[in-house]
Design a protein around this ligand. Sequence first.
Ligand SMILES: [Zn+2]
Ligand SMILES: [Zn+2]
Length: 358
Amino acid sequence: MSKALRLPEKWFRRGLWLVAVIFASFLIGLGGLVVGDLPQVESPRSVEDFMAPAQAEPVKAEIQSARAEYDKAGKALESANLKHGTAQARYQSARETFDNWVATRKATARPDQDSELIARTRALDALKQEENASRAAVEQLQESSLQARQRLDAANQRWSELRDGAVPAWRAEMRAIELRVFLLRLAVTLPLLLVAGWLFARQRKSTWWPFVWGFIFFALFAFFVELVPYLPDYGGYVRYVVGIVVTVLLGRAAILALNRYLERQKQQESLPETQRREELGYDVALARLAKGVCPGCERSVDLKDAGIDFCPHCGIGLFDRCGQCSTRKSAFSRFCHACGTPARAGECSASPAADGHV
Ligand SMILES: [Zn+2]
Ligand SMILES: [Zn+2]
């Protein structure tokens, strides 16, 4: 991959990076769907599934019947309370009427009213009895409601004990399911990561590099982002350990590449200038000049200074004069910018054939 200098080539390159990103996003979308479908292999379980049916069923039935009984007692109590209230009010008002009547009778003191007094007292007693009976009924219902409540509480207590007993088994099963899902995902994403690593090492500069990079992005995303939400503890370990390994491998490759580069530069600088010039690609030389560095050794040089014709670091010729018109021109240009004479005809030996080589 030589550094591109032609404008359309630059834009093509950007477009191809875009292709890589879009390719990666579609792969990620597809991968997300596939990975998302994996956990449906396992049906979710509830704690109730882990309670022994022989023990759980009677308790469940007991809770239902106790609740029904409690509801029934509550309703009966409500209507008995109402009845008691009515009886109480009736006795109260009869009592007031009686008291008034007795007071009048004392004032008039008529003996013929004795039999009426007896009859009225009897009626009042009957009302009092009725009130007492309704109170007794209320008290009885209160008692049975309390009993139903206690029965329900006891059944609920037994249920929660059974439930607590089933929780460890349920938790273990959930963990086993999580682990299976996680391993399944790992089995899918780890090979992707390995393939991506191989592609990065061997194919990242190939003709099909946008697809290679798209696949690498996808594999990294699938492994480091999509794998981990499941079983966060194990997933976290795997993510960090693999992350450390990948970083160490990349770092090692970068350090070796830097050493190789420095070694190559050193070798290059010891070669005769003509050979170095021939080995430099035209576009590479122009790109380095545009950055204000020497095309030969990549150290910075003040190219605007008209007094500098050679690199002060490695001695490569930066500027020369046209063989035809003697105009000062870049030693790397192919033609004289003043008269158009091919540089080959002059002193410059930058080879057009070297175009495209790094
Ligand atoms: Zn130099
Ligand atoms: Zn010229």
